[in-house]
Design a protein around this ligand. Structure first.
Ligand code: NAD
Length: 256
C-alpha cells in the first residue's frame, strides 16, 4: 500500500476522522513516552509523574512535575510537516474531526481550527485546579515556580494545581469523549498517526470505526496492536508520510 493508494481512499471518503499521538510531535523535538527514545523507555520512574494518585499523594512528585513543566520541550517546539499537512487537509474540507492525545498545542499552532480539534488529553498550555477547576495560562503559573514556589497553590481556592492535562487515573471529559465516539462511529475513513494505540479509552476509537464499517489506515514508526485489522499500515515517519498523503489528495506542497 502506497501513500498514493491510501490517498484515493481519503479522496473518496464521506467522513474522515484522524487520531494523532505522541509520534506526530517527535519530529518537533518532543519525545514520545513508549518509542525507542521515549521518556518512559529511558526513565521508567518518570511514569509516576503522569499518575494522578502519586501526584496527589506525594509532594516530591508534584515538585518534580513542576520542574519538568518548566523545561518541557513544548515551549520551544514548532509544528512539523505532519501537523501542517493535517491543517491543510482541514482547509481542503477533507476532515470531519482531528482527535489528538497530545498536550503540546502544536495542531493549533499549525493552523488546525479548534472547531474540528479535540485535545482529548488536555493541554499543557494551561494550569488547572484539582479542587475548583480554576484555569490560568500556564506561563503565569510557571512564573510562580520560577519565582521560588516549588508547588504553587490555586490562587482562587488554595487547592492543588497541575497542568490542564489528563493524567493516568483521571477521567476524560465525557462530552469530548462522546464527540469522539460519535465521529468515529459515523466516519467511513479513520487515520491513526503516531500512536501506539495502547492508551484506553482513546485506543478504542479506531475499533469503533472498524466495527461501523470504516476503513482504517495506520501511520506509525512501529507495529501497533491494531495493525492486523487495519486496511493499510504505512510504516515510517509521520513528517514524511503525511505530506505525501495529503499532497496526493489536495495538491498540498510540503512547507506550504
Ligand atoms: P506512545 O508514546 O505510546 O506511542 C507513540 C508512537 O509513535 C510509538 O509507537 C512510536 O513508534 C511512534 N512514533 C514516534 N515517532 C514517530 C514518527 N516520527 N512518525 C511516526 N510514528 C512515530 O504515544 P501515544 O500513543 O500518543 O500515548 C502516550 C500518551 O502520552 C498520550 O496519552 C499523550 O497524551 C501523552 N504524550 C503526549 C506528548 C505530546 O503532547 N507531544 C508526548 C509524549 C506523551
Amino acid at each position: 500500500m502506497s501513500a498514493a493508494e491510501a490517498a484515493t481512499w481519503i479522496a473518496s471518503a464521506r467522513s474522515m476522522v484522524v487520531l494523532t499521538g505522541a509520534g506526530v510531535s517527535t519530529e518537533s523535538g518532543i519525545p514520545d513516552f513508549r518509542g525507542p527514545d521515549g521518556v518512559w523507555t529511558r526513565d521508567p520512574r518518570a511514569e509516576r509523574l503522569s499518575n494522578i494518585g502519586y501526584y496527589i499523594a506525594d509532594p516530591s512528585v508534584r515538585r518534580e512535575a513542576w520542574q519538568r513543566r518548566l523545561d518541557h520541550p513544548a515551549w520551544g517546539a514548532e509544528p512539523n510537516a505532519a501537523h501542517r499537512a493535517l491543517a491543510a487537509l482541514e482547509v481542503a474540507g477533507r476532515l470531519e474531526l482531528l482527535i489528538t492525545q497530545n498536550i503540546d498545542g502544536l495542531h493549533l499552532a499549525a493552523g488546525s481550527s479548534s472547531e474540528r480539534l479535540v485535545e482529548i488529553h488536555g493541554s499543557i498550555r494551561e494550569s488547572a485546579c484539582l479542587s475548583c477547576g480554576d484555569r490560568r495560562p500556564m506561563p503565569e503559573t510557571l512564573d510562580r515556580v520560577r519565582a521560588g514556589d516549588p508547588d504553587p497553590a490555586c490562587l482562587a481556592c488554595g487547592g492543588m494545581l497541575k497542568s490542564a492535562t489528563v493524567s493516568f487515573g483521571q477521567n476524560l471529559d465525557p462530552v469530548l469523549l462522546a464527540r469522539c465516539d460519535e465521529a468515529s462511529a459515523n466516519c467511513d475513513f479513520f487515520l491513526a498517526i503516531g500512536t501506539g494505540l495502547s492508551v484506553y479509552p482513546v485506543a478504542r476509537l479506531p475499533e469503533t470505526a472498524l466495527a461501523a464499517g470504516a476503513r482504517l489506515v495506520i501511520v506509525n514508526a512501529e507495529p501497533t496492536p491494531l495493525d492486523f485489522e487495519a486496511h493499510a499500515v504505512l510504516r515510517g515517519r509521520a513528517g514524511e508520510i503525511l505530506p505525501a498523503l495529503v499532497e496526493a489528495v489536495v495538491g498540498y506542497r510540503r512547507g506550504a
